[in-house]
Design a protein around this ligand. Structure first.
Ligand SMILES: NC(=O)c1ccc[n+]([C@@H]2O[C@H](COP(=O)([O-])OP(=O)(O)OC[C@H]3O[C@@H](n4cnc5c(N)ncnc54)[C@H](O)[C@@H]3O)[C@@H](O)[C@H]2O)c1
Length: 445
């Protein structure tokens, strides 16, 4: 159970939120944001999946005036009760609690829903909320597979709701400034982009035996559409992300954040082909299914993208920070390198002369997460598309998922973005599809 700030931050820092966002996301709020609530302007929000990132998202959102959390949903009853009590203590109102998200969606005057459940639940949670007329903030990756991602785009547009994807670098001045510099053309034509998540955690993920699910956990509902199997602590809270039934390892975890910035910087959407090599090279006997070492190469036509990931080996190429995922745009005159801590330009040389002015490392200085949840609130009020639309979330999730499929099949795959399938391998196309366990079924548009 996570019940204090230190443990909470320690736990989150092992995942993708990163130091920059945490630094200005205080857990203990001293005053309720709703103290001067203007009833007409008040946005009532609920959270589905209350443990890790969902909890950080909700707190970030509640920093804004005229917002109120009126309902929480989780399959872990003890955690749910703790979270409800925490909200009451900090903000003065006790949210209603639910284990079934469909019941939560019936709460009167509920306008918006934040989703912090594991990846294999995102599509159902988001689509049910959209169909119930709610605006949605859904964590990345938006889906477990390409079929779900495409369906979610249709759902948002059909129901005309405001959906923000949790790829918060889209609202972070640090990344916005760097991408502006990139688009100024100062580094020249970019022929290659490198992106990476070389993290120093993940060295001690030991195999443990299956066991009974913890008391108060509705384990069948946690599994939901995923295949039935006995409970195992490794596959549950937090570390579910290293098992294919629920997520896609570092690629869909950190990768989605960095790949999103590649697509934004290069104004790109769809790769033409992808291939991958890697495996469980560092920790062959640990509990994870997803690779600890992976290199994925994409052909986008006008540039190539090299993605690399390492567990238990923290580097940040081109920058001095240890264990910071990042992106380097390799231009003909210079390299623009960025991670969540810094960005800088390394000029290339010709005949002993710099081809452009060097730019020393600049520090990140604001909370991207707070800017992102604020942007969602403003868009809810103004009925405008937010900074990270469902299409942006879909494009990035798909790039990451194609990389994982290339790794799992060991094939070079040609992507037909129009037909939403690989043009050269029918077998691999099966991995693009959702495969739900009854009674759960793919939502209908
Ligand atoms: N944007 C970011 O910076 C960022 C950072 C970390 C995680 N994430 C994303 O957030 C999501 C959650 O990751 P996490 O590390 O917080 O996971 P977590 O395991 O800590 O929390 C997930 C919560 O969802 C609950 N849950 C599971 N099934 C549910 C259901 N059917 N109904 C209601 N609740 C349910 C779990 O009990 C748990 O409390 C993932 O998709 C992850 O990729 C995003």
């Amino acid at each position: 159970m996570i019940n204090d700030r230190r443990k909470f931050l320690k736990n989150l820092s092992k995942t993708t939120i990163g130091a920059a966002a945490i630094a200005s996301t205080p857990l203990i709020e001293t005053q309720a944001a709703t103290s001067q609530a203007n009833a007409a302007n008040l946005v009532n929000v609920a959270l589905i999946g209350v443990r890790g990132m969902g909890w950080a998202d909700l707190h970030s959102f509640l920093k804004n005036a005229d917002t109120r959390c009126i309902a929480l949903c989780d399959v872990d009853a003890d955690l749910l009760a703790t979270r409800a009590a925490e909200i009451e203590k900090k903000f003065g109102n006790k949210p209603q609690t639910f284990s079934d998200h469909r019941e939560l969606l019936k709460v009167k005057d509920l306008q918006a829903v934040m989703i912090g459940s594991p990846d294999h639940w995102h599509c159902i949670h988001a689509c049910d909320a959209l169909a119930a007329g709610k605006d949605v903030y859904v964590e990345k990756p938006i889906s477990l597979n390409v079929e779900e991602a495409d369906l979610m785009v249709k759902m948002v547009r059909k129901h005309n709701r405001i959906l923000q994807v949790g790829q918060w670098q889209r609202s972070d001045r640090h990344w916005i400034d760097a991408l502006k510099e990139l688009k100024s053309g100062s580094i020249g034509k970019v022929r290659q982009v490198k992106a990476w998540a070389d993290v120093n955690y993940g060295r001690d993920f030991n195999v443990v035996p299956d066991s009974e699910a913890p008391k108060g956990v509705d384990y069948d509902r946690w599994l939901g559409p995923a295949p039935k199997r006995p409970f195992n602590k490794n596959r549950f809270h937090g570390t579910f992300r290293y098992f294919w039934d629920y997520a896609g390892g570092l690629m869909t975890d950190w990768g989605v954040h960095m790949l999103d910035m590649v697509l934004a910087g290069m104004d790109a959407q769809n790769p033409k082909s992808v291939m991958a090599i890697g495996g469980k090279l560092a920790f062959p006997n640990d509990a994870a299914e997803t690779p600890d070492t992976l290199t994925t190469v994409y052909d986008f036509g006008n540039f190539s993208l090299v993605w690399e990931q390492f567990m238990g080996m923290g580097t940040s190429p081109y920058l001095d920070d240890v264990s910071e995922p990042g992106v380097a745009f390799i231009g003909e005159k210079g390299i623009l390198a960025i991670n969540r801590a810094h960005w800088k330009i390394i000029p290339l040389e010709d005949n002993g002369k710099y081809m452009m002015t060097p730019m020393p490392a600049r520090r990140s200085w604001d909370s991207g997460l707070d800017a992102h949840t604020k942007n969602w609130l403003e868009c809810i009020r103004d009925r405008k598309d937010p900074n990270c639309t469902i299409e942006m979330g879909r494009n990035t999730a798909v790039v990451a998922q194609l990389g994982n499929i290339a790794y799992r099949t060991g094939k070079k795959l040609e992507w037909d973005a129009e037909k939403r399938q690989f043009s050269n391998d029918t077998e691999s196309n099966k991995l693009l599809k959702a495969n739900y366990r009854a009674p759960w079924a793919l939502p209908k548009v």
